[in-house]
Design a binder for this molecule. Structure first.
Ligand code: NZQ
Ligand code: ZN
Length: 387
């Protein structure tokens, strides 16, 4: 059944090869002072930096730049951005990059005028934002997180080794996001497959919980199938527009709340990965891939009918003469095969984790889950399997 819900997603999406032509009219809706936020080098390499600067100049904006936003953005960078916002009376934050840059923009947006300790209040205590929120817009260059169409902001506080995710209300969503699949052609293969697995994981986190007949689960299966097909093609040919455009939209749909609507969800793989990221700084999607298969093998019996459905409907597993356990495990094996096909490393060791880190990660990750409540002890057992 569908539980009662209110659906409101205010982000305007401009999708396609011509999407950048919409930037001037969007920018003209906001004041003169722009904080232009981006990562290390990639947008300069692909010529997007020059293009954005040209548009900003033509729109007559005063531009303050904050470059070097790192993957797994740090709270120190958020504080730096907040200071720039206050000093320059910033009217609008333009984020150009992947999920890290967009998450950081949203974090600056909510915290620049926060009273007190924004980290503690907003990322740890989950308080409502009670201060001015600076509007954000984005130009996406790397697909995976769906940060372009949600209120999520995942930030690492390096001082306390905590990577914390917070999903804010729709007032924090980007006002608009420009999605041109061609901008993603240059993403290195390892980052591309990290993004693909991130999308797959978002879909699974929402799917593997609850047993009712829910339209959302059918939508998730359809998005998973499109993603799997297109990811295989994009690995062969990174400039396959059809594949790249499908992956881009699968990613946005994967966490713009449509695929989580009105159903219970899991999110334990993400909760564990965030702490893995805090300790190793590994690419988010790769961390998810390493944890997923051991995690699902650990919990599948508690939600076996859904794992059987996953095997049949997503991977086309032939169920003839097989037990539920065999079918469920074959579905998880298909998922593992897919990760291997993409060339994703599947041990924690390869992502830079050490044995000593495992108990620290397990202790600091949230307890919880979907079909099974995961205690710190359970989490440690799964991490040992991943090592
Ligand atoms: O820094 P630059 O030079 O831009 O390089 C980036 C970065 O090294 C590169 N890149 C991006 N676009 C490129 C490109 N390289 C060549 N060509 C291009 N067109 O890719 C690297 C990774 O970028 P990043 O933004 O870090 O990746 P992603 O989009 O996967 O974002 C990861 C962050 O998002 C958080 C993760 O935890 C992580 O911190 N998440 C955010 C969520 C949300 N807002 O809802 C949910 C997710 O579950 C996730 O937790
Ligand atoms: Zn994710």
């Amino acid at each position: 059944m569908l539980y009662d819900f209110t659906y409101h997603n205010p982000t305007k999406i401009y999708f396609g090869k011509d999407a950048m032509s919409k930037l001037p009219s969007e920018l003209n809706s906001y004041g003169k002072n722009i904080l232009f936020l981006y990562g290390k080098n990639s947008i300069k390499k692909i010529g997007l930096y020059d293009e954005v600067k040209r548009v900003l100049n033509e729109c007559g904006k005063n531009v303050i730049e904050l470059a070097g936003i790192k993957s797994n953005p740090s709270y120190a960078q958020v504080l730096k951005g907040g200071k720039l916002v206050r000093e320059n009376k910033i009217d609008f934050i333009l984020a150009v990059g992947g999920g890290s840059v967009i998450d950081c923009a949203k974090a600056i947006s909510v915290s620049a005028y926060a009273k007190g300790d924004a980290w503690q209040r907003y990322w740890i205590d989950f308080e409502d934002v009670d201060n001015e929120i600076v509007p954000v817009g984005s130009i996406l260059t790397m697909t995976g997180t769906a940060s372009e169409m949600n209120g999520g902001s995942v930030i690492t506080n390096e001082e306390v080794t905590i990577k914390a995710g917070r999903v804010y209300g729709p007032e924090v969503n980007p006002k608009f996001s420009i999605l041109n699949p061609e901008f993603t052609y240059t993403v290195p293969k390892i980052q591309m497959v990290s993004g693909v697995f991130d999308v797959m994981s978002h879909l699974m986190e929402q799917y593997f919980s609850g047993d009712d007949d829910n339209t959302t689960d059918y939508v998730i299966e359809a998005v998973m199938k499109s993603l799997i097909k297109s990811a295989r093609k994009a690995v062969e040919n990174p400039e396959d527009y059809e594949a790249r455009s499908n992956i881009m939209w699968c990613a946005t749909l994967g966490l713009n709340t449509v695929t989580g609507l009105s159903k219970t969800q899991d999110w334990e793989v993400h909760d564990i990965e965030h702490q893995l990221g805090a300790y190793t700084d590994c690419p988010h999607g790769l961390g998810l891939a390493v944890i997923s298969m051991p995690y699902y093998r650990y919990i599948y019996k508690e939600g076996i009918d859904k794992f059987v459905r996953f095997a049949e409907n997503v991977w086309g597993v032939d169920t003839t003469g097989k037990t539920k356990d065999e079918i469920a495990l074959e579905g998880i094996a298909c998922l593992e095969g897919f990760a291997k096909e993409l060339g994703i490393p599947l041990t924690l060791r390869e992502l830079g984790a050490t044995k000593e880190m495992l108990s620290k990660i397990a202790e600091s990750a949230y307890e919880g889950g979907g079909y099974k409540y995961m205690t710190h002890e359970d989490i440690l057992k799964v991490l040992k399997e991943c090592f």
